[in-house]
Design a protein around this ligand. Structure first.
Ligand SMILES: O=C(O)C(=O)C[C@H](O)C(=O)CO
Ligand SMILES: [Zn+2]
Length: 280
């Protein structure tokens, strides 16, 4: 089987308070991504968000429907966002080829029947990170190159949170039903992402960490603002953030991550910020 998936059910903050490290990791950590010659997916029941990867090395990979969808084809009732964090590759959507270089993205609208991933060079494959959410309408498929993204500089070296945030799949760049995706890169010397932390009970979120040195790690914080927990993350791991949870991390060296969201609205700025000195 070239496509593998796991299911993660939604959980209440009252229950998560009682989880030990093992249970917390079982429920929220995604450590099966970027396996060569596989499509690896996690179906979360928070907003029915799918986070996954496709790494075509020795052959192309076709995005097949999974049993959880009970649909004829994967995008029958879904939209899809893809960001390549590897070397050059391409995605063929119903016969049209889109070349994706490193850090380029593709939005694929609902209703497309065939999505095929390939790498230009099997020695250095493309690493496609994918997010998918339920969709009610078909919007055009669109490539988002580096020149199309909206870029914001955030934080400062004094507060160890200087970072560049790039919005790829947001409603001001591409028409979407509910999916939002972007990428944040920490500046050298800074460690904190998403600090001050926030929650948005209207949307869930998934962070996929990459560009972490193999000897380093990111400590990701989750939980209600007054009841936080942490999950240590390695390169190419993702973590599910329920709508009621903060999602913030501090790395032992610089790193990047892709954020993906879905839910009630498409308003990127709709966040309830937490006071740093009130976190517990
Ligand atoms: O570094 C940040 O701050 C982020 O990347 C924040 C995410 O985009 C986010 O949490 C959006 O809700
Ligand atoms: Zn957020």
């Amino acid at each position: 089987m070239k496509t593998r998936y796991q299911t993660r059910y939604a959980s209440s903050p009252k229950d998560v308070k009682t989880y030990d490290t093992k249970r917390l990791r079982e429920e929220f950590l995604i450590d099966t991504l970027m396996q060569e010659d596989k499509i690896s997916l996690v179906y979360s029941h928070f907003d029915r968000f799918i986070a996954g990867s496709a790494v075509p090395k020795s052959d192309t990979l076709k995005l097949e429907s999974i049993d959880a969808l009970k649909s004829e084809f994967f995008l029958e009732r879904r939209e899809l966002g893809i960001i390549n964090v590897g070397e050059s590759g391409s995605v063929i959507v119903d016969g049209t080829e889109y070349i994706l270089e490193n850090k380029e993205a593709l939005y694929v609208g609902q209703g497309n029947k065939e999505v095929i991933f390939s790498s230009k060079n099997s020695e250095n494959p493309a690493l496609f990170y994918i997010n998918s959410t339920p969709a009610h309408k078909s919007y055009p498929t669109k490539k988002i190159g580096k020149e199309d993204v909206e870029t914001i500089e955030l934080g400062s070296p004094e507060t160890a949170n200087a970072r560049t945030l790039r919005k790829y799949i947001v409603s001001t760049v591409v028409d979407v039903c509910q999916l939002q995706m972007g990428m944040t890169a920490l500046k050298p010397g800074s460690s904190w992402n998403t600090m001050p932390a926030h929650v948005h009970d209207r949307r869930m979120e998934v962070y996929f960490y990459f560009e972490i040195d193999p000897n380093q790690a990111v400590c990701h914080f989750m939980g209600e603002p007054q009841e936080t927990r942490h999950i240590w993350m390695a390169n190419h791991q993702a973590v599910i953030s329920p709508p009621w949870s903060i999602h913030s991390g501090s790395g032992t060296s610089s790193y990047s991550f892709i954020w993906g969201m879905a839910g009630e609205n498409l308003d990127y700025g709709d966040m309830d910020h937490c006071k740093i000195n009130e976190l517990k």
